[in-house]
Design a protein around this ligand. Structure first.
Ligand code: GTP
Length: 324
């Protein structure tokens, strides 16, 4: 079976970090977002097709270096084709069925059970659904008998949302759905194609495990908490001389003598925390330095950045913005 992973977006909501690295390579609880996504794939998936675009070469380098055992194909879009166009462009020679994964979802989903549901139902597809309070940023399903999806509305106003069950970004489809996507233009699979497939049978797979769309800074940090709380963060040993409690992920060659590393912190390789620095509920990527007495809370700090000493950096995304 093949899995098609959509990975071509710009990640605008995580700028400025995403000017230099694609969002899928931002570490969460010690591993890149993409690692957690691919970790969901069941063993019967023997080939991963990555529909790339923005910073495709960086993604390719990471995947080839870190997942040598998996057969991987990269299909790059020269201009962004959206989710539907990306599927069409990368979907030649798909397996039947195939898995479709968003690359920015941190979740616990029983993909095998999703596949079983799809096989039993006889429909054209099955969509993992997760229940959220605020449905506004998502695609929302209306469910009929046997959890057949009878309506699907993308980003509805609250009054128009048919339920609180949203597309969790982990789906299985019959190969034939790809034939319904026009070639050569950008389009959204969810808004332009899914509604027309409802009459052919799409079933909802209600998942009650943790779930978060890690596409914004707040949600990425929430996803990190979920992973740590599920015991999926780390490795998590504080370096010698650092204080603090709670779950952390710490890379190689981290120096933090006299600093405090609070809970839900992820420090990349070569991070230096000077004396009196404090980090909590944050991601500090490789080579970040926090000067003496600097406090970093609820923030995501891009590779190589220097954080000033003696000040509080709270709820920030720090990275380098390219010159215009
Ligand atoms: P924002 O710019 O912050 O909205 O992020 P994004 O560009 O990643 O968009 P969004 O979060 O809506 O994307 C959902 C999923 O679809 C992610 O896995 C994206 O990588 C992927 N995606 C979005 N646009 C494209 C595209 O044009 N081509 C491909 N192949 N994937 C896409």
């Amino acid at each position: 079976m093949k899995a098609l992973v959509l990975i071509g977006g710009f990640g605008t909501r995580l700028r400025p970090i995403t000017y230099s690295i694609p969002k899928q390579l931002i570490p969460i609880a010690g591993k890149p977002m993409l690692y957690h996504v691919l970790d969901l794939l069941p063993p019967e998936v023997d080939e991963v097709v990555l529909a790339t675009g923005y910073k495709a070469e960086v993604i390719e380098r990471y995947v080839r270096g870190h997942m040598p055992a998996v057969r991987v194909q990269f299909v790059e879009e020269k201009t962004p084709l959206g989710t539907g166009g990306g599927m069409r462009n990368a979907g030649d020679d798909m397996s039947d069925p195939f898995l479709l994964m968003n690359s920015d979802v941190i979740a616990q989903v029983d993909v095998r059970a999703l596949l079983d549901l799809h096989r039993r139902s006889g429909g054209v597809g099955a969509m993992t659904l997760t229940e959220v309070d605020d449905t506004r940023p998502y695609g929302v399903a209306a469910l009929g008998p046997d959890d057949r999806i009878v309506g699907f509305v993308e980003k509805p106003q609250p009054k128009d949302a048919p339920s609180h069950w949203i597309n969790a970004g982990v789906q299985v489809w019959h190969r034939s759905v790809l034939d319904r996507i026009p070639r050569g233009r950008a389009l959204s699979f969810e808004t332009e194609i899914v509604p027309g497939l409802l009459s052919h049978g799409i079933y909802g797979f209600r998942s009650r495990g943790y779930w978060e769309d890690a596409g914004t800074p707040e949600r990425l940090l929430h996803a990190q908490r979920l992973l740590f709380d599920a015991g999926r963060g780390g490795p998590g040993r504080r370096p010698p001389g650092a204080s603090g409690h709670g779950p952390v992920a710490v890379g190689h060659d981290v120096r933090a003598e006299g600093a405090e590393i609070g809970p839900y912190s992820c420090l990349g390789d070569g991070v230096v925390l000077h004396s009196g620095a404090h980090v909590e509920n944050s991601v500090l990527m490789d080579g970040v330095t926090v000067h003496a007495g600097g406090r970093v809370v609820g923030s995501i700090v891009g590779p190589g950045m220097e954080v000033a000493g003696g000040v509080r950096t709270e709820n920030q995304v720090l990275g380098t913005t390219p010159a215009p």
